[in-house]
Design a protein around this ligand. Sequence first.
Ligand code: SF4
Ligand code: SF4
Length: 483
Amino acid sequence: MNVRAQLVMVFNLDKCIGCHACSISCKNIWTDRKGAEYMWWNNVETKPGVGYPRKWEDQETFKGGWLRDGSRLKLRALGKGPTLLNMFFQPNMPKLDDYYEPFDFDYSNLYKAPPGSDQPVAEAFSQISGKRMEEITGGPNWDDDLSGSQTYAASDVNLEDRSIVEDYGRMFMQYLPRICNHCLNPACVASCPSRALYKRGEDGVVLVDQEVCKGWRFCTSACPYKKVYFNWQSGKAEKCIFCFPRVESGQCNACAHSCVGRIRHVGVLLYDADRVEEALLRADDELVAAQRSVILNPRDPRVREAARANGVSEQWLTAAEKSPVYALVKEFGVALPLHPEFRTMPMAWYIPSLSPVISSGRDLHELADHGTFPLMETMRAPISYLANLLAGGNREIIAEILRKLIALRLYKRADTLGQTLETSILHNAGLDRASADRLYRLFTIAPYGERFLIPAQQREEQDPQQRKGTAGFGILKKTRGAR
Ligand code: SF4
Ligand code: SF4
């Protein structure tokens, strides 16, 4: 057992209101710079839709992530031949148009314009060329803010039943906030010929060493989530740094701190690095279970002992024990990884949205009942859509989680109205009153210290000999132990 500690974020999709406070706080701190204008380390996109950059989930086009090749994994985009040829040209990388040409507005025209019959407007100019833009054709949440889902939803690779798009009355939508997933098997790290990208041994955060990066952009191609960006000013790769200067001192990430919907939880998971590769070799619809199985019980004395041997401090072990993320991912099993079939083992997890189910007008008691799987297939947000997004196509896992969320909602509704709920509804969903109360608290009124449990790092106490790379298999041998 090779026990490692990982900082993890969980998003409750039901609560995201698409306000973009997260994206703006991140931009203000980290990417408000020349060459980074088009970068949104945290972005929020509208689903169904094509996202940012456009169609990033379509690996037929972008060739990101890993493929199974017999008993091993290989990067989808790279073989030996193409590696050399691609040094100067990355054919699968998104173009600027796939992101958008960043723009700002010239507000001076509003008060400098000469008197006339037309209302003066603030004209848009390109933040790259400085030239006036006749037409704006893209933005970081273009599907929602400036265009309309119907136009783009049909191109969403997760949508199997495209007739929904034609019949707008049946359409559904939800927001999907995204950061770098700080994966356990990061394709970006494995693809870098300069070894500029690395996964920190102490907390699993994936970073780019700006001194070492040569700007080859293999990482941008290899990341299936398109969360490594190329700074056209510096010629280097950049990405979400999980706000490491904040988390090192025990504060939560800026995006999570500013989240208006309080949809985010941050905490520690312990996992067995020796089992990551084996888990990733499973079939697509088995990947969620395999990924969960790699996560270890922080209360197990054998796990704690092995973690200590790898240099995990007592403070981190305590944080892992109380981790809200462990509760949501493993104990309650309500959070799922985004596109596990990309096989990077992402460490941002998502609780599927229940609201589109409720708005379908279905009877919740009926849906909460065990025998209603075919009925759940008819929900407004199709199970197949959520399964393709979050479960490698496994619909049963989505149905199981939705039943849990429905049971919780029925329980709290009955509780609030002073009614009695049949206990079978909770039991069928794998809950009892105590666990339902705990889950409800995590979803709703949990204060800062319960939603974000981030142990400060005490570098002065760390033994450099004990810091090891996070994953000890195959191509990730290049993983470094520390900054
Ligand atoms: S999402 Fe995963 S593969 Fe992509 S940049 Fe982040 S760590 Fe690398
Ligand atoms: S701040 Fe929170 S609620 Fe607002 S868009 Fe971001 S994740 Fe969603």
